[in-house]
Design a protein around this ligand. Structure first.
Ligand code: HPA
Length: 236
């Protein structure tokens, strides 16, 4: 059964889904990380692929950029395709001085300036949190590797070009590790749909220390650590 944004049958998508932001990255993950991957949907340039990883059925598709786009795909995957776990694999901008370019950030929770945190329950700002079991799986996998990995809250911003250093200063003071644009959507949709979600990010740039930013090409190729951790979280 097709939905407005995914032209697949229910069984075509695996219960475990890797969700990068960029459609090209999804294609690359399908080619290099999944076995026997086949295209199961191709709508608006967002291909969904299903194959397996280490014998476990796994799909990969892109979320696009930002909370509205990610919330559409997350909702349709959980609600209509029997998806149980989604792990976002993406990039982020460092906020904390502890976080360096190329490190991995695991988003235990997501702060946001999006109305998605307040729209569902009157007068309440929801705490948007990752799946505990996926988080534990990710941390266990991270400890087995040698990548620098940080676990904590990220900031899901509605604006890439916010230009508000006061907001970033405040977020740093409360221990926020990094900024990205989709985790809050994923955690909210998982909560609403009864699914599980996690976000594993590679630090591609740093808001307070521009030195060592990654090029677009590097962003696409050098996030193997995050991908390994994300797959372990899906399989935990
Ligand atoms: N802001 C938002 N999202 C991002 C950034 C950023 O600086 N870097 C990578 N993803």
């Amino acid at each position: 059964m097709a939905t407005p944004h995914i032209a697949a049958d229910r069984g075509d998508i695996a219960p475990k889904v890797l969700l990068p932001g960029d459609p090209k990255r999804a294609d690359r993950i399908a080619a290099t990380f999944l076995d026997d991957a086949r295209v199961v949907s191709d709508v608006r340039g967002i291909r969904a692929w299903t194959g397996s990883h280490q014998g476990t059925p796994m799909s990969v598709m892109a979320s696009g950029m930002g909370i509205p786009s990610a919330s559409i795909y997350a909702t349709e995957l959980f609600r209509f395709f029997g998806v149980e776990r989604i792990c976002r694999v993406g990039t982020c901008g460092g906020i904390s001085p502890k976080v360096k370019v190329r490190d991995v950030v695991i988003g235990a929770a997501a702060h946001t300036n999006s109305s998605i945190a307040t729209i569902y329950v009157p007068d309440v700002t929801l705490s948007l949190t990752a799946s505990f079991d996926m988080l534990r799986g990710a941390v266990d996998a991270a400890r087995q590797g040698d990548a620098a990995v940080h676990v904590g809250p990220v900031y899901s911003s509605d604006f890439f070009y916010l230009g508000r250093s006061d907001v970033i200063e405040g977020l740093e003071k409360v221990g926020t590790l990094a900024v990205e644009m989709e985790a809050a959507a994923l955690y909210t949709c998982a909560a609403l749909e009864g699914g599980e979600a996690l976000t594993v990010l590679t630090v591609s740039d740093h808001l307070k220390d521009g030195a060592g930013d990654m090029s677009a090409e590097e962003r696409e190729t050098s996030f193997g650590n995050a991908l390994r951790i994300a797959a372990a979280a899906l399989m935990a």
